[in-house]
Design a protein around this ligand. Structure first.
Ligand code: GDP
Ligand code: MN
Length: 380
């Protein structure tokens, strides 16, 4: 879950990372007061959970009151990079002399955090690595040991920093690591760290992405993921506890397990069809969960069929069948539905589905089921 810039900056502020003076607005009525509080000139920044806002027109410099109002009003509720701008951050404009890059992320191959520093900020880290690799240094951290000030200073020295700039940048880098650990982040980034004309240092931008699997224990953040996603089906999926990804086809897919679901989507493709989604139940199927999953997908008006592919290892197949049958009856599903189900108590589960009038494929091969599915769709 990616935080918005102003949220990430709030965490930075709590950790003593210098951030520019700013105020966030969520309605036009709040703009004038915010400008007065922040002071001119300022930067008007669209708050969307993606990078590259500058290039996409989401970051505007304003020098007069009128200009600031106009830019803020224009950005508010606009669409930027596929996201609706619900918040605009007004921030004191910095006189930037130099932009640095500071980042902490997970080095997947080492399974350890890696701290990165570059004197060429402003562009993204992949681009820095390609264009100015000599300006970028990184250091893996032993989590049990932590990341120390002297190590941060060493990194700064390697890039030729000295004096008070070295002290400020290294302190910021160490604090960024602290934020990263404290909030179970998978990325914490300051890009750019603005070095002003009079030698001050500010986080001009802030990116924090929290590990979704750790959100439950990050209670101080008070984040409800389902309130942050714009696709209503995706929001519902988070609520009911299934993994959902929207795709651009018209065959709804529910699978018990990520591998099975992906294979199912591939096989549908092989038979000339296209899945409308990836929906994976995980290992916690109950009657209610299955009911909810069917209910979620049949809301999608693109659907011309629904295919459910289940394997009962730890998942109880009888409960799954009961949930599907209940949804089929109560929701009055009008599109064709086909279930392939094998595993524990399969005979009982088949019976439940067949009694509900739902066609069941009893083969272990998903190909057999998809072949049948395509015929059902053709004949429908
Ligand atoms: P991003 O494009 O989504 O990464 O958004 P940023 O917050 O990084 O802003 C993009 C660029 O706008 C930065 O790299 C800066 O060059 C510029 N910018 C941001 N804040 C200020 C500011 O206070 N003063 C000036 N002069 N430029 C700024
Ligand atoms: Mn940036």
């Amino acid at each position: 879950m990616r935080l918005l810039e102003y949220e990430a900056k709030e965490l930075f502020r709590n950790f003593g990372i210098p951030v520019p003076n700013g105020a966030v607005v969520k309605s036009p009525a709040e703009i004038a007061l915010a400008i007065e509080r922040v002071g001119l000139p300022l930067v008007v920044k669209a708050q969307v959970p993606v990078g590259g806002r500058g290039k996409a027109g989401g970051i505007k410099l304003a020098y007069s009151f009128e200009e600031a109002v106009r830019e803020a009003e224009n950005l508010l509720y606009s669409s930027l990079k596929g996201h609706t701008v619900r918040y605009v951050l007004l921030e004191k404009q910095l006189k930037i002399a130099k932009e640095y890059y500071l980042g902490v992320t997970i080095d997947q191959s080492a399974g350890k955090p890696v701290v990165m520093l570059s004197t060429e900020g402003g562009m993204d880290v992949e681009e820095i690595a390609k264009k100015k690799p000599e300006s970028l240094i990184s250091k893996r951290v032993e989590m049990s040991r932590g990341f120390y000030e002297f190590e941060a200073r060493g990194m700064c020295k390697q890039l030729g920093l000295e004096g008070s700039l070295l002290v400020k940048v290294s302190e910021t880098l160490r604090k960024l690591y602290e934020v990263f650990i404290k909030y179970d982040a998978i990325i914490a980034e300051i890009n750019p760290l603005a070095i002003t004309e009079n030698g001050e240092v500010f986080a001009a931008d802030a990116k924090i992405e929290i590990d979704d699997d750790a959100l439950f224990r990050q209670t101080s953040l008070n984040i409800k993921p389902e309130e942050r996603v714009e696709d209503p089906l995706k929001a519902e999926a988070i609520k009911i506890g299934v993994t959902y990804v929207r795709l651009d086809g018209d065959i709804g897919v529910i699978g018990s397990g990520a591998g099975l679901t992906m294979a199912t989507i591939d096989i549908i493709n092989d038979f000339g069809g296209k899945a409308s989604n990836f929906l994976e139940t995980g290992g916690g199927i109950t009657e209610q969960l299955m009911y909810n999953a069917v209910k979620l997908l049949v809301k999608d008006e693109r659907l011309k069929a629904l295919f459910i592919n289940l394997y009962g290892g730890i998942n109880p197949m009888v409960q799954a069948a009961n949930g599907i049958a209940k949804a089929y009856r109560e929701l009055k599903v009008t599109i064709p539905i086909l279930v392939k189900l094998v595993g524990n108590e399969q005979e009982k589960a088949w019976e439940i589905l067949e009694n509900a009038g739902i066609p069941v494929i009893k083969s272990i091969r998903t190909e057999d089921a998809v072949e049948r599915l395509m015929k059902i769709i053709e004949g429908f």
